[in-house]
Design a protein around this ligand. Sequence first.
Ligand SMILES: [Zn+2]
Length: 272
Amino acid sequence: MEHLLSHICKSCGHTFQGNFCNECGEKVLKPADRSFKRFLKTIFKAATFADSKFFKALWLLIKKPGFISKEFIEGRRVKYYKPLSLFLVLNLAYFFFPVIQLFNASLKTQLLTPLGKFYSVLIAKKAVAMGIDLSSFTLIYNLKTVGLAKLMVMIFVVIASLPLNLLYFKRNRYFTDHVDYMIELVCFNLLLNAIVLTLLAAFTGLGSYLNEIVLTAIFISTNLYFLLRSGIEFYAEKGVRLIFKSLLMIFILKLALEIYRSALFFVTIWSM
Ligand SMILES: [Zn+2]
């Protein structure tokens, strides 16, 4: 009857029965946890990815959009890789080699946005003030902005999730639920439209076809797929309303991306 023994939690001091503290979740350490056998098991798991939660999550992102966030917000959390952890890993992988201009935006990309003309005036002034020419300025800017973009993606997540509070007002979802959902959408984009696309471009001949128009078509169609599938899964929406709301969300995503990119521009310039 070992499990009926009372333990005093080593972390928070709470008295509890069982193997985990019911106040803070701390695990009771047993001698077996510190054995050589357990050590080998842990190493083996890490090296072979036998703990395949991560890869299962990647697969679910593509196969069943909206499922991970639904499970998460409805309280079934231990079976799945946490959406935020997934985001952090994919974010790290993307920004290691951010050639596709999605959440990264080089100076060249920034100058193509609607505010581009205005930006070029600011850039000229700043470059003069720093006493460097435009090519050195571009070099420094692009290095700076990658580091900042990695952190600032969360701005995109929050902005893009705000309209969902109105669109799916009646769906019994709360503020952070929409944020979690948007994190999944960002994970989906980082995986498919950034990492997979970069790998395809690097290792196949497809790279030469990826011009601005093709990329836009890919972004729109994949995101529409995500929004339609997850609209059913996460918001239990259907029919004409689902199609209308998903199309509207495409425009909102585009708008949120523009806002995010201009915020990124000003923060980058300011930090130089
Ligand atoms: Zn505790």
